[in-house]
Design a protein around this ligand. Structure first.
Ligand code: ZN
Length: 173
């Protein structure tokens, strides 16, 4: 359904958009790629003290490692020289507790076929970060898997904390 004329926020954004020539090379200066959520409240440059040119920021709903995340990370490492990965998920995330089956059922009822992807809902934030780290370590198409770290950005109480490397033994996946 087309939007009424004059109501598009994208029109506003395009009208005020600007980009200076950077003079920077495409290779991230810090050799780091960060996977994080698309949440509009997260400013990864401010959270991690980054400047343009420092790191790749790969965002999606939840900050999860999907095949599309892997695609970007493989290109980041193989073509643009990054060696370290940080997976940074966050508190108060919309994907936390999302019911994948309900979402798929809702879409199927509406359009007549199920989505080819899953919503990615998770029950435990730390476990989700660890699962993403494990998935990266188990992806041999990534040349550099010895420096994969995880963190949680706390949008509720503030702060950022690293998620310990070792998955608890009671939660094998
Ligand atoms: Zn989120």
């Amino acid at each position: 359904m087309p939007m009424p004329a004059g109501t598009s926020r994208v029109d506003e954004i395009l009208a005020r958009s600007t980009c200076e020539a950077t003079g920077l090379p495409p290779h991230p200066a810090l050799g780091v790629a960060i996977v994080t959520c698309m949440d509009a409240r997260i400013d990864p440059y401010a959270v991690f003290g980054l400047r343009p040119g420092d790191a790749h920021i790969i965002r999606n709903a939840g900050g999860l490692v999907s095949p599309y995340t892997l695609r970007s990370l493989v290109l980041s490492q193989r073509a643009l020289g990054t060696r370290e990965i940080l997976v940074a998920q966050h508190t108060d995330c919309g994907v936390h507790g999302l019911d994948d089956e309900a979402l798929a059922a809702e879409i199927t009822a509406e359009v007549g076929f199920p989505p080819t992807w899953r919503g990615g809902g998770f029950a435990d934030l730390e476990q989700s970060v660890r699962a993403s780290m494990r998935r990266l370590r188990a992806s041999p198409e990534l040349p550099h898997r010895d420096a994969i770290r995880g963190a949680i950005i706390d949008l509720v109480d503030g702060g950022v904390r690293e998620v310990a490397d070792e998955p608890p033994k009671e939660f094998p996946r």
